[in-house]
Design a protein around this ligand. Structure first.
Ligand code: KG4
Ligand code: ZN
Length: 344
């Protein structure tokens, strides 16, 4: 009963990722291409350009992955691919390629939910969490708290009513004139700012549930920015001094981080979990990491993060999620229906 090998593809947004993972959880090779430079001029991801670029990158990245792993296409037992959620055209590029390859090689396809990829990515770190745990999933498209009892056993505890945390970072960054993707740039700027300078709202902090809302916070940043620039209409060319920008970035980051930390910890305690896992792009945020660890320590909860390189979209998390599904359900090896199966 030797481990099986899964070839995984990710193409849901602006990263093309390919990886090989075994059913005992080893990444044999991985390659990633980020389209950030291409989308920068437009201030955000241009879906049409993203789809076209995935098509361009998939095969070279796959070749690189196999070269790294030192194995060949014939050694693969199953193909995993992100089937959603994401940009339709971008997903289609990855799916069309993965399904065609699978049909050509007579291999099964394991459809992977993008968020399950993020959710399981901390299991790839050198200090992986044991089940059960509470997961805080914070990406550009999603903000969710999940109760995770085991592989495939997930309960949604709460989510955002409007913007995702990463989206709030990106939109706020754009408002103060930072280049796309704004999240990392804003947090770098915030490091030297005064987080106490502007009193920004912590929406739904005391709502008593695990729901989030970030659009009010975004509006508060905009109103503050307009006041600082001395204008009555928002515009892309508002002039704000560097100190004001830095302090606004720090105040915004403090507000969003405080909300995420308090709700995540409350959910973890309510679930009676001793482990809190953070996943998704915003999980790379240094302040969020520090504050979570600090708050969790006081309550006897341990916090787990994915490796920084696995926080944002990548192929490894998709190959891994596919490999874990296959490990749990070896019958998937015989599946040849090539329909867009979703998990129960
Ligand atoms: O998980 P991800 O790669 O994409 C989605 O699946 O959405 O997350 C990307 C998001 C972006 O909104 C980006 O600004 C944010 O994660 N992000 C950060 C940081 N690094 C990435 N936000 C705050 N601080 C960071 N250091
Ligand atoms: Zn993602």
């Amino acid at each position: 009963n030797s481990p099986k090998i899964v070839l995984g593809f990710e193409s849901s947004c602006d990263e093309t990722g390919v990886a090989l993972c075994t059913t005992d959880g080893r990444i044999l090779g991985q390659a990633l291409y980020s389209q950030i430079a291409m989308h920068k001029d437009y201030g955000g991801v241009v879906p049409e350009l993203a789809s076209r670029d995935h098509i361009r990158r998939l095969i070279p990245l796959m070749d690189e992955t196999f070269e790294q792993a030192g194995i060949a296409l014939q050694d693969v037992d199953a193909i995993a691919v992100t089937t959603g959620p994401g940009l339709p055209g971008a997903l289609m590029a990855g799916c069309a390629f993965a399904y065609s390859l699978a049909m050509g090689l007579n291999l099964p396809v394991i459809p992977v939910h993008h968020l399950e990829g993020h959710l399981l990515s901390p299991l790839l770190s050198s200090n992986p969490p044991a089940f059960p745990f509470t997961a805080l999933l914070v990406s550009g498209g999603h903000t969710q708290l999940m109760g995770v009892e085991g592989l495939g056993r997930y309960a949604l505890l709460g989510e955002t009513l409007d913007d995702a945390a990463g989206e709030a970072f990106d939109k706020t960054a754009k408002m103060i004139g930072l280049p796309y993707p704004g999240g990392p740039a804003l947090s770098r700027l915030a490091e030297s700012g005064n987080a106490e300078r502007f009193k920004l709202p912590r929406p739904m902090l005391h709502s008593g549930d695990f729901m989030f809302s970030f659009s009010g916070l975004k509006t508060a940043v905009l109103t503050t920015a307009m006041k600082l620039a001395g204008v009555s209409q928002p515009s892309e060319t508002m002039v704000i001094s560097d100190t004001n920008k830095t302090d606004l970035a720090a105040s915004f980051q403090a507000a969003i981080v405080e909300t995420l930390v308090k709700k995540a910890l409350a959910a973890c305690l309510q679930q009676d979990h001793k482990r809190l896992v953070v996943a998704g792009g915003v999980g790379a945020n240094q302040l969020l990491r520090e504050q979570l660890v600090k708050a969790a320590r006081k309550r006897g909860v341990e916090v787990y993060f994915p490796e920084l390189s696995l926080c944002t979209d990548n192929g490894a998390m998709i190959a891994f999620a596919g490999a874990m599904q296959l490990a749990m359900n070896p019958a998937l090896l015989d599946a040849r229906d090539y329909g867009m199966r979703t998990r129960p």
